[in-house]
Each structure stands twice: as C-alpha cells, then as structure tokens.
Design a protein around this ligand. Structure first.
Ligand code: AMP
Ligand code: ZN
Length: 135
C-alpha cells in the first residue's frame, strides 16, 4: 500500500517499538497511548478492517491478543485490559490497516465510556430480526 503508516512500519520504513512478531502479526507500542502499556497488534499484510481479514488470520488474532495481554498486564502491573478493534472511520478507525488495541486498565474512570440508554423493547425484536435475516 502506497501511503499506509502500518505498512511502512511492517517494512521498516518508519520506526516502531516492537514487543513481538511472527509470520502474520507485529505487536508494537502505540505512539499515543490511552494508558501506559497500550499496544497494537497489526497484521503484516494490509487489510482494511475486520471484514477484509481472512478467517485463518483472524483465528490467530485473539489467541495472540490473549498472550500479549497477559504479558502487558504483568509488564505494567495492571489488573485489567480492554481489547478494541475500530472498523471504519465512522467507528473511529484512523489507520485503515487492520489492528487490534490492547489497553491495560487500572480503573473504570481513566477511560470513561458512555453507558447505553435502555432499549425500546417494542423495537428491539425487529432490530434482532433484521440482523438475523442477514446471517
Ligand atoms: P485507530 O483509531 O483504531 O485507527 O487507531 C490507530 C492507532 O494507531 C492510534 O492509537 C494511534 O496512536 C496509533 N498510531 C498511529 N501511528 C502510529 C505509529 N507510527 N506508531 C505507533 N502507533 C501509531
Ligand atoms: Zn497497510
């Protein structure tokens, strides 16, 4: 990919601080960490978002995230973590090369997420039906 910052990282054209790499993935420190120890697992190959990634690669991603998260928690002394994948700019994906965030957490207040509003129970079954029809 011509102007992809993560392809540049994979190819060593721009520097990165790596903690792990294998044939499919690189894990590197996020340059704007949400919390100390925040890192990214990126694919070596360029895929835009989760729907573009082959299943055999995705199948390796969560076990790797688990392995990396265990090391992050021990390394930075955090008791908890978030795993986050943004898919599409509307969902906040700034870099359109697949990546998974591992964000170690000390407490729920450090990254406040808005809570959901109670569902309209007259509409919820129709939303579920619309999804079911597409499975
Ligand atoms: P997203 O919003 O899910 O696309 O997140 C992109 C992430 O990539 C952000 O957390 C950025 O801080 C991070 N990032 C962007 N450029 C670099 C870089 N050169 N090295 C490490 N992390 C980066
Ligand atoms: Zn790329």
């Amino acid at each position: 990919m011509g102007d992809c910052v993560f392809c540049d990282i994979v190819n060593g054209r721009i520097p990165s601080i790596r903690v792990y790499e294998d044939a499919d993935f690189i894990a590197l420190m996020d340059i704007n960490p949400l919390t100390p120890g925040h890192l990214l697992i990126i694919t070596r190959d360029h895929y835009g978002a989760t729907l573009d990634v082959p299943d055999h690669i995705l199948a390796k991603a969560l076990p790797l995230a688990k392995k990396i998260a265990e090391a992050v928690l021990l390394g930075v002394g955090s008791p908890a973590f978030n795993i986050l994948i943004n898919n599409g700019p509307e969902a906040g994906q700034a870099v359109s090369h697949w990546h998974l965030h591992v964000v170690p957490r000390q407490n729920p207040q450090e990254l406040p997420l808005p809570g959901g509003a109670p569902a309209d129970l007259t509409k919820l079954p129709f939303t579920a039906a619309a999804i079911r029809e597409n499975l």
